[in-house]
Design a protein around this ligand. Structure first.
Ligand code: PLP
Length: 455
């Protein structure tokens, strides 16, 4: 492991700005955060929730510093966004230069090279060596919507197939594609039509052991019977599900689905919005089994925190859409593109995919040990720096969301930012920035272990 540590010289980046330590100087949240939270309650719609109402002053490396002077270990990365760390120097320098040059012209009016350069990088980095093109957008949901638009035009078909536990966003079409009702869909219908849901491969929750190939055949059979293969424009899937509970499908599931898509003229869309950009230990999660999607959606980790998203895919599919059919006022904003180029440079130069593998090894080993001691941990899973534990009633697979909430809250009180997820709300997920130091990573895991044991 020490060689991996040496291969990550980036760990000093950002350390100057934000001391890399956990330090609590008030209760959590502190008085300044509480005062700000009162203002939030008065001015911000209640529908916009907050996981942990400590108000941030600065952040970098693996640390978030709040307005009361508390330093918290970041195991959330703003939901898998700041893979390169907050205010990464490479991102900050490029953003500062771009902001001083020009901030917006609209790429559809008078273009600029940053947009083109990001699309060139996406063609190079995404799976497959076929001719690829990209279009840039502002949010993950917008990228997913556009992937569906492209697949529909390219195939002349309507149906969209998604999976149990899927999360694809909060716009009308992506709400239809998202599985979970509360809080994402409840009361917000009617939803877009022609969206069909197939069973996922969720090894921990299979009634009987089933291979990835068998799980894929189960989904394919339902698609063929209930939708019809020649009606399907696209199959959209997260290679490891994010909000749905960090569900890692059994090996063979994704390649079998992708092969079926190829045989049936269906566009295979990998939603790598949460898994992308080195998070899972390779540049994209599809790389793990050599799956080559026809279209791939990216956002979150792409730009070090600035809003940017993309659809990248086979040139002939991308070009099926008429001129003017794709775009948006801000899509591929020059400042966001500058940030993306800085983030991509950091991921590649600082070997952050290898770093994610190392983080995964450390986390999985520790969490497996913890699970052996604490029967409420029903499953430990994940890949790279995308790892979760699923909390259950001991001896069963009955979800225990209260226990997940209790552990997460206990971590927050000790200055570790953790998130929950899952269809049943019983999954505790860990997404540290890939530039976190080994010391902070271990300390964060110590806090989690104490919180689990604290029942
Ligand atoms: C977060 C997420 C989205 C939606 O992205 P937004 O930028 O929040 O619109 C879509 N798909 C996946 C897999 C995500 O994790």
């Amino acid at each position: 492991m020490s060689d991996l540590r040496e291969s990550a010289p980036s760990l000093s980046l950002g350390d100057e700005a934000v001391p890399q330590r956990r330090q609590l100087v008030t209760e959590i949240p502190g008085p300044r955060s509480r005062a700000l939270h009162e203002r939030k309650k008065a001015a911000v719609a209640d529908g916009v929730g907050t996981t942990l109402p400590v108000y941030v002053e600065r952040a970098g490396g693996g640390v978030i510093v709040d307005v009361d002077g508390n330093s918290l270990i970041d195991f959330g990365s703003g939901i898998a966004v700041v893979n390169v760390g907050n205010a990464n120097p490479r991102v900050a320098a490029r953003v500062q230069a771009q902001v001083a040059q020009f901030t917006h012209t609209c790429f559809m009016v008078t273009p600029y090279d940053g947009y083109v350069e990001v699309c060139e990088a996406l063609a190079r980095l995404t799976p497959g060596d076929h001719a690829k093109k990209s279009a840039l957008f502002n949010s993950g949901a917008e990228a997913v919507e556009n992937a569906v638009k492209i697949a529909r035009v390219a195939t002349g078909r309507d149906a969209v197939v998604v999976f149990d536990h899927a999360y694809h966003g909060r716009t009308n079409l992506t709400m239809a594609m998202t599985a979970k009702s509360m809080p994402y869909k409840h009361g917000f219908g009617p939803f877009a039509g022609e969206v069909y849901r197939a069973p996922m491969s969720y090894p921990f929750r299979e009634a009987a052991p089933i291979t990835g190939e068998q799980a894929a055949q189960r989904a394919i059979s339902i698609i063929e019977k209930q939708v019809g293969a020649d009606e399907v424009a696209c199959v959209v899937i997260e290679p490891i599900q994010g909000e749905g509970g960090f569900v890692v499908p059994a090996k063979g599931f994704l390649p079998t689905l992708a092969a079926w898509c190829r045989e049936n003229g269906v566009v295979f869309v990998a939603d790598e919005i949460q898994t992308g950009f080195a998070r899972t230990g390779s540049m994209f999660a599809c790389d793990d089994e050599g799956v080559v999607p026809d279209l791939i959606t990216t956002a979150k980790g792409i730009a070090g925190g600035l809003p940017l998203a993309a659809v990248t895919g086979r040139a002939e599919l991308m070009d099926a859409v008429h001129v003017g059919g794709l775009g948006g006022t801000y899509g591929g904003n020059p400042v966001a593109c500058a940030a993306a180029l800085g983030a991509i440079e950091a991921i590649e130069s600082d070997h952050l995919a290898e770093r994610a593998q190392h983080i995964g090894e450390v986390m999985l080993e520790r969490l497996h040990t913890l699970a052996a001691e604490h029967p409420q941990i029903g499953d430990v899973r994940g890949r790279g720096a995308m790892v979760a534990i699923e909390l259950v009633t001991p001896g069963t697979t009955d979800p225990d969301p209260a226990e997940a909430g209790r552990i997460s809250a206990a971590c927050h009180q000790q200055g570790v930012v953790t998130l929950t997820c899952g269809t049943f709300g019983n999954v505790l997920r860990f997404l540290p920035p890939l530039v976190i130091s080994d010391e902070l990573l271990t300390e964060g895991l110590d806090v989690i272990a104490a919180a689990v044991a604290g029942r």
